[in-house]
Design a protein. Structure first.
Length: 346
């Protein structure tokens, strides 16, 4: 690792820690999304940087005294109204935000709490209290799993009864994590969603994105307009902890959307992705960096790192989200995310 990468890691870690070092998040350091229902939303600036802390903690348990307060601050951020009121204000949904669907929030919140329980033996709070009601991690996980078991496409939906590859990757993760922590058999249902992905949502094309990332409402058939390179890289990393061999095969196909130039590599997303706060070249590259690191593809990882390191020194526009994903990549080694989910034996 060269001096630039070392400087980038140090600068990024300092910048990320500053976001979560107080009792509450320092919201002045956060990118302000246009819409909280979209993919640059506040919840992503919390859950995904938290993965960098969880991976670091798994590798270095002695860091618990330092890392736990930051994760507590992240949890308080996740239950802050700014992270869930979009359910009512932007989507005009009348139900409680953790009652049904809304996997984009509920699934990520569950995953965060599951990793927290794994790290510390207890949740950040005994009950999750938002919007005048409360639940527990166990009940939330069971509710999401039950929705999965009755769904026509074997997944849980976010908005408009459409199920997304990226969000249901959190279902795969949380089912496996909950099984390990509490002896349930939720992950037996993962095969149904994976069948939907493989049979209906993988694009049979030689160019463009790998996946149709969303289904039609209450169906397993894809919305053919819903395809994006940024969704590919995001979903591939999340699924790498569940089915690494399949992700390795898919990642080979995704190379058609990565431009390698000398010592650097960058994922190229469509202009509409950045314009609509769906993804960006920097964000997709950071996710691809994480995939390469998790799969142990050192040469690719080094080239993807090369396009991120200089920017990581001074920070990204989409921070702390991208800084968190970049640091996650730096803290991974082959199979580290899989071990985080499945335990030491992976």
């Amino acid at each position: 690792m060269d001096a630039i990468s070392g400087d980038a890691i140090s600068a990024a870690a300092t910048r990320l820690d500053a976001c979560y070092s107080g009792h509450e998040c320092d919201w002045t350091r956060f990118y302000q999304p246009k819409k909280e229902m979209a993919n640059f939303a506040t919840r992503y600036h919390l859950v995904y940087p938290a993965l960098a802390y969880f991976v670091d903690l798994k590798r270095n348990p002695d860091l618990a005294e330092t890392i736990r307060p930051r994760l507590d601050t992240i949890y308080r951020g996740l239950i802050d109204p700014r992270c869930w009121t979009y359910w009512h204000t932007e989507l005009e949904e009348p139900t409680w935000p953790l009652q049904e669907r809304n996997l984009t929030y509920a699934g990520r919140l569950a995953t965060f709490i599951g990793f927290y329980i794994d790290a510390f033996g207890e949740p950040p709070c005994q009950r999750i209290e938002i919007d005048g009601r409360s639940t527990t991690y166990n009940d939330l996980s069971r509710s999401l799993w039950q929705q999965m078991t009755v769904s026509p496409n074997c997944g849980v939906s976010c908005y408009h009864h459409q199920s997304m590859v990226m969000c249901n990757a959190h279902m795969l993760i949380n089912n496996a994590l909950h099984d390990r922590l509490f002896g349930t058999e939720f992950s037996a249902s993962n095969a149904g969603w994976l069948a939907t992905v493989k049979q209906s949502l993988v694009r049979d094309e030689d160019s463009g994105p790998l996946f149709f990332y969303g289904t039609e409402a209450n169906k397993a058939t894809p919305i053919v307009e819903k395809r994006a390179v940024g969704a590919d890289m995001w979903a591939l990393f999340l699924m790498s902890g569940i089915l690494p061999d399949q992700v390795a095969e898919w990642f080979e196909g995704s190379q058609r959307n990565i431009v390698y130039d000398g010592g650097t590599g960058q994922v190229k997303v469509a202009a509409w992705e950045a314009e609509n706060e769906f993804s960006s070249c920097e964000l997709a590259t950071a996710w691809a960096f994480c995939v390469a690191r998790e799969l142990g593809q050192d040469d690719r990882a080094e080239r993807l790192r090369g396009s991120l390191s200089r920017k990581a020194v001074r920070g990204f526009e989409l921070d702390p989200y991208i800084t968190g994903v970049y640091l996650l990549g730096e803290r991974l080694d082959a199979g580290a995310f899989r071990r985080l989910i499945h335990g030491a034996d992976g």
